[in-house]
Design a protein around this ligand. Structure first.
Ligand SMILES: Nc1ncnc2c1ncn2[C@@H]1O[C@H](COP(=O)(O)OP(=O)(O)OP(=O)(O)O)[C@@H](O)[C@H]1O
Length: 338
């Protein structure tokens, strides 16, 4: 069975081919003419990596647009232009005759309207019979979990725009929490911290790189460049990694707090499974330095980091092409469908 698994994320779009593996992993950004940004047909000039290079540097007349918010389509026209442009990067001439199949990950909390918008866009982009799967389930499959087993599992997906915590067992959802506090909010918290505590105004890409750099363990401190709010001149400053993590801590605590709510909703036997097996975490924001340790410290159960936290949703969705039972079992479990 050929076809694709697609994770159309707020921050990144990942496309995984059933046999060839990940064939596209690029930022969910496009650059359009400002005059066309609200037009009936949006024709992006750049999509993905090339578009991201222009974030914060767009000349007059051009606008960088992120077509998804909190993991769902809000502007159908913008999303249409974006998906067609992105899939165009992996499309082969054979697509014209042979429309590929795809399973697409979508937040478990997406509404019926948002899901319909995604199916429409996928169809227009040349996908044959697109199917949707809740992202937590796709990620779980990508991490090797078996969502049809009669044993409870819990996963935590912390991406750019949403954090989702889902417990499931035997083809059904046991508990779920979704929150718009995720990677973008962490970046914003750091931006605000630098502005208020150090009077330093920093660009969007720079502040995100600073947030991610703490993970790479490049040393106990990082040099940041920005504009001094007092003088209006460029200024360099050195920030300790610990200080960055402290600035992020309240937002991280809010994200972790949602896990408590999902655990509270579980029946005792299912809670027992999760306390024994632990929780599997994925999504780019779980790469934040010390994230897994903080979850472990808060709940005293094992935390299993996904091997490929940024791509496991698309990989799991691709595996689901040959697991129709999983797709069928969970298609009725979107939160507004239960
Ligand atoms: N090393 C890192 N440390 C901290 N955060 C990171 C790191 N690497 C990536 N991120 C963050 O992960 C987020 C992107 O993760 P991911 O690609 O899983 O999100 P997404 O699937 O696009 O979003 P969503 O699931 O909300 O639609 C971004 O906010 C990015 O800043």
């Amino acid at each position: 069975m050929t076809g694709f698994g697609i994770d159309l994320g707020t921050a990144n779009t990942v496309v995984c081919h059933r046999r060839r593996g990940v064939v596209l992993d690029e930022p969910s950004v496009m650059v359009v003419r400002t005059s066309e940004a609200r037009a009936r047909r949006v024709r992006p000039l750049l999509v993905g990596r090339e578009a991201r290079d222009l974030v914060g540097r767009c000349p007059v007349g051009l606008t960088a647009v992120r077509p998804l918010h909190d993991g769902v389509i809000v502007d159908l026209e913008a999303a249409r232009g974006f998906v067609v442009g992105m899939l165009g990067k992996v499309a082969t001439p054979a697509w014209q005759r042979w429309r590929p199949r795809a399973v697409i990950g979508v937040p478990a909390g997406a509404t019926a309207l948002e899901r319909r918008a995604l199916l429409e866009v996928a169809d227009e982009a040349g996908i044959r019979r697109p199917e949707l799967i809740p992202e937590p389930i796709a990620g779980a499959v990508g991490c090797g979990l078996k969502p049809l087993q009669p044993r409870a599992h819990m996963v935590m997906d912390v991406g750019g725009g949403t954090s989702e915590i889902t417990a499931f067992c035997y083809g059904g959802v046991l508990s779920h929490r979704s929150s718009p506090i995720a990677g973008d909010e962490l970046t914003l918290a750091l931006y605000r911290y630098l502005r208020s505590e150090h009077q330093l105004l920093v660009g969007e890409l720079t502040v995100e790189a600073l947030k991610c750099r703490t993970y790479v363990d490049e040393g106990p401190s990082s040099v940041v460049q920005g504009v001094d709010l007092g003088t209006g001149r460029p200024r360099l400053m050195t920030l300790e990694t610990d200080e960055v993590l402290e600035a992020l801590r309240p937002t991280v605590d809010t994200i972790i707090g949602a896990l408590a709510g999902a655990l509270d909703d579980l029946p005792p036997q299912a809670a027992d499974d999760i306390l024994t097996d632990g929780v599997t975490v994925f999504g780019g924001s779980t790469l934040l330095c010390g994230f897994a340790k903080l979850v472990e410290a808060a709940f005293a159960f094992p935390v299993r980091m996904a091997e490929r936290p940024l791509t496991c949703v698309a990989e799991g969705a691709a595996l689901c092409l040959s697991e129709p039972d999983v797709v069928r079992a969970y298609e009725g479990t979107f939160i507004d469908a239960v």
